[in-house]
Design a protein around this ligand. Structure first.
Ligand SMILES: [Zn+2]
Length: 260
């Protein structure tokens, strides 16, 4: 509860709730998130099967906001085509397209990277056509992902857990893109530096659960977006409630369907 009596509302902009790590206790995980003021968890997919399951999950759990996209390390044209068809078919129910993007850490050969860029471009084109935002992964490829997004006219973009330099992020700010910050910021000088550089008006909170938690060896969960919120507040020198309010406003702007 804030000083003026209004409720603090948080949005987790990127999580993997259909992960095996949550198979046994998802109800409890979501209850803990709700108890901390989390009102939406954007749940991204990696495969078609997962995207289908996430849509069903969203029907049962009011916190789950479904996204669909083919994970960047899956370099399969047929899987991409099937995912694009699924997104088109369920566009009205989706909050965003994701998790899509570029991963040059895991894909190191040029032919593989070219296939990855082509599949990413197909998702960007569909996002534009359907007017859906993109929930974007970039690993060891920040500069390339931003350039590719801009080149293909992407307008509504979240760069999740961005691992690039603050100077690299500048081009994304100029394009109007947003960044989501995970709880691992407490142990990442790179993310702390990034937050110092980025304006609050372009920041969102994310968990990336079950990974990127405050403790590297422990399962992460959506209630930990508070950890990211507090860390951002400390860096920016503002109250955590302000960070909560501003990041949630940003989430509403970028993902209009994320909250009622
Ligand atoms: Zn992810």
């Amino acid at each position: 509860m804030q000083a003026d009596g209004s409720e603090v509302v948080l949005v987790d902009a990127h999580a993997h709730l259909y992960d095996a790590a949550f198979a046994a206790d998802l109800e409890a995980v979501l209850a803990r998130a709700a108890a901390r003021g989390v009102r939406a968890v954007l749940t991204v997919s990696e495969t078609l099967e997962e995207a289908q399951q996430i849509l069903k999950l969203a029907e049962r759990h009011p916190l789950v906001r479904p996204c669909a996209g083919l994970y960047p390390t899956i370099l399969d044209e047929e899987a991409a085509a099937a995912m694009l068809a699924f997104i088109r078919q369920h566009a009205e129910q989706l909050v965003a397209i994701g998790e899509v993007g570029l991963d040059y850490w895991k894909v190191q050969d040029e032919a593989g990277r070219a296939r990855q860029r082509a599949i990413f471009a197909q998702h960007i084109a569909l996002a534009r056509e359907l007017d859906l935002p993109l929930n974007v992964h970039s690993r060891a490829a920040g500069r390339h992902a931003i350039a590719w997004l801009r080149e293909h006219g992407a307008q509504r973009v979240l760069l999740h857990a961005f691992d690039g330099k603050a100077s690299t992020a500048q081009a994304a700010l100029e394009a109007g893109y947003y960044f989501s910050i995970p709880p691992s910021i407490v142990r990442s000088p790179q993310k702390q530096k990034l937050v110092r550089h980025l304006p609050l008006e372009r920041l969102l909170l994310e968990s990336d659960a079950p990974v990127l938690g405050p403790d590297k060896d422990q399962r992460n969960e959506p209630c930990n977006v508070w950890v990211a919120c507090s860390a951002i507040a400390a860096i920016k020198g503002v109250p955590a409630e302000d960070v909560a309010r501003i990041t949630t406003d940003n989430a509403r702007r970028l993902f209009p369907r994320c909250l009622p």
